[in-house]
Design a protein around this ligand. Sequence first.
Ligand SMILES: Cc1ncc(COP(=O)(O)O)c(C=O)c1O
Length: 359
Amino acid sequence: MSETSPKLRAELEGIPTYKPGKPAAAGGPVAYKLSSNENPYPPLPGVMESVTAAASNFNRYPDMACAGLMNELSERFGVPLSHLATGTGSVGVAQQLIQATSGPGDEVIYAWRSFEAYPIITQISGARAVQVPLTPGDVHDLDAMADAITDRTRLIFVCNPNNPTGTVVRRAELERFLDRVPGDVLVVLDEAYREFIRDPEVPDGVELYRKRPNVCVLRTFSKAYGLAGLRVGFAIGHEPVAAALRKTAVPFGVSQLAQEAAIASLRAEDELMGRVGSLVCERKRVVDALRALGWTVPETQANFVWLRLGERTVAFAAACEEHGVVVRPFPGEGVRVTIGETEANDIFLKVAEGFRKEL
Ligand SMILES: Cc1ncc(COP(=O)(O)O)c(C=O)c1O
């Protein structure tokens, strides 16, 4: 065998691997997964039927243009088809946006800590990641992010609500920030958790995009819509951006199953939003209970809560697991806990109560 191996791009060295939320352990008395911000509900009945019908055709390639879904989205959001692009989850679309804008020598700005895919997809492109620390209250520091813009900046992510802290930026500060960003820098408003927002001061990115050609909104069917396993997300942006997304798409990336499920979910939206409403009530119950126990919990507008546990993060996650819930630790920083089934949330609260007593 030859001693040499294929030459790989130097940029790939040291890329952090994406850590998926750990699955719930099989075989235990209870096992709940609160580690990936998924929706705990089973698919809506119409969704199962659509997917089952599509399944009988998967010897065929899917509709590459995602025409049915695109039409549905165009109507739903009141945007032209030429302003829409779909992809393999919103993380797939985010990667396409970087590919379309940034390469070696360019800079991509995002808050930190934020969605863990940002450093990975930035580094793959060869662009330099500029990480701007969150404020002490775990919120995007938009002034510092605007100050970080240089003539090499090509793309800025604003994750609203932010993963993993759940915190939001509000209308006035976001508009002020957008006013400071040069028109040739793309701002990506990552709204993966948009449906869980109840604060009226948090702007809908789709409204902001309408007046700003350099703003693009990312949405997903993985969270509120409960289709994480089917991989479909989309972007709403002006024509040159949406066209660039079509150029950078993996051909046939979004399966027909995913397309049909997304359409059926949009059509079952009333019921779906009822479920989201229940999760939002659960979120309030969990946050109130944690605060009553003495925990400091940042205001969350997403389907998860953030506990800044520092050095005790790993021990807390282990204690949760012992009791039957899997949470998402960020060692040395904190744990992110998805709002899930009531029983799962109760277990998490019990562990949080026990931990509090040990302090
Ligand atoms: C902020 C944010 N953006 C995007 C995604 C990607 O979701 P998907 O690729 O499943 O659409 C996630 C998933 O965790 C997320 O938290």
